[in-house]
Write a protein that binds this ligand. Structure first.
Ligand SMILES: NC(=O)c1ccc[n+]([C@@H]2O[C@H](COP(=O)([O-])OP(=O)(O)OC[C@H]3O[C@@H](n4cnc5c(N)ncnc54)[C@H](OP(=O)(O)O)[C@@H]3O)[C@@H](O)[C@H]2O)c1
Length: 238
């Protein structure tokens, strides 16, 4: 499939998986709109990547999310791909976890992800085509102690993706959920020092490993849909 000239919105593109996906899409000749809160960093990525603009903001702010989507559609004259990737993590046992941090995570991983999916599907409906990529997690299908709330948010993404796949059959719209295991990114910067929280894996995935899976899902003929891709570090026990 030739992605050249297609247009994509990537959320959570300031770092990690979203940035690697944006870079892969840019290499394939896709026109890009990227989102994240760190405005200077996002602008630097947009300057470096061809055919890319940055629209920074807080994804849980409904006004920003709606405006981001509208401006992306207008700038690109329609979107072919939406990568719904912004996310954060909160961990800890029920005794130690901070409930307000959990709620803030739910707002990003569930509320904002559902909002972006809703906007994307409405837009794709009008065009009778489009591909929504949701960043889930291996923890959208499994659970570990002390990370139940995060796993819950990713289970929600799985449920929405699967329901959308059923609802949208026959419309020309494709939904793919990518489900990585441990990836070396900024996501764990606050928890990496806590003993026993992260899986004991000698060699985690890289953001580029995940981006390759996303490109595989996008690079399929129109009659093929890849609903889910789970990828794990070879030695991750989960
Ligand atoms: N790393 C892993 O092991 C792993 C495994 C499975 C799934 N995932 C999922 O992969 C996705 C990307 O995470 P990552 O690992 O690449 O971590 P990351 O480098 O921390 O990226 C997270 C991205 O989300 C954006 N973001 C977070 N909160 C936001 C908010 N309130 N408003 C706007 N943007 C926000 C961040 O941008 P700003 O900081 O600039 O706002 C950043 O670009 C997440 O959905 C995560 O759950 C990660």
């Amino acid at each position: 499939m030739d992605l050249k000239g297609k247009a994509a919105l990537v959320t959570g593109a300031t770092s990690g998986i979203g940035l690697a996906i944006a870079e892969s899409l840019a290499r394939a000749g896709v026109r890009l709109v990227i989102s994240g809160r760190r405005a200077e960093l996002l602008a630097a990525h947009a300057k470096r990547l061809p055919q890319c603009i940055a629209i920074p903001g807080e994804i849980t702010d409904a006004a920003y999310a709606n405006d981001l989507f509208a401006r992306a559609v207008q700038h690109c004259d329609g979107l072919d791909i939406v990568v719904n990737n912004a996310g954060r993590v909160a961990t800890g046992s029920i005794d130690e976890i901070d409930i307000d941090t959990v709620c803030a995570m739910v707002r990003v991983n569930v509320e904002a992800a559902f909002r972006i999916a809703h906007l994307a599907v409405k837009h794709f409906r009008a065009r009778a085509k489009g591909h929504l990529i949701n960043t889930g997690s291996v923890l959208g299908t499994k659970v570990r102690a002390s990370i139940g709330a995060y796993a819950g948010t990713k289970h929600a993404v799985e449920a929405l993706s699967e329901a959308l796949r059923l609802e949208l059959a026959g419309t020309g719209i494709r939904i793919t959920t990518v489900e990585p295991g441990l990836v070396r990114t900024d996501l764990h910067r606050d928890i990496a020092k806590k003993a026993g929280v992260l899986p004991d894996v000698a060699e985690p995935l890289t953001p580029e490993d995940v981006a390759r899976s996303v490109m595989f899902a996008l690079d399929q003929p129109p009659h093929v849909n890849i609903p889910r891709i789970m990828l794990l570090p070879r030695d991750q026990v989960i």
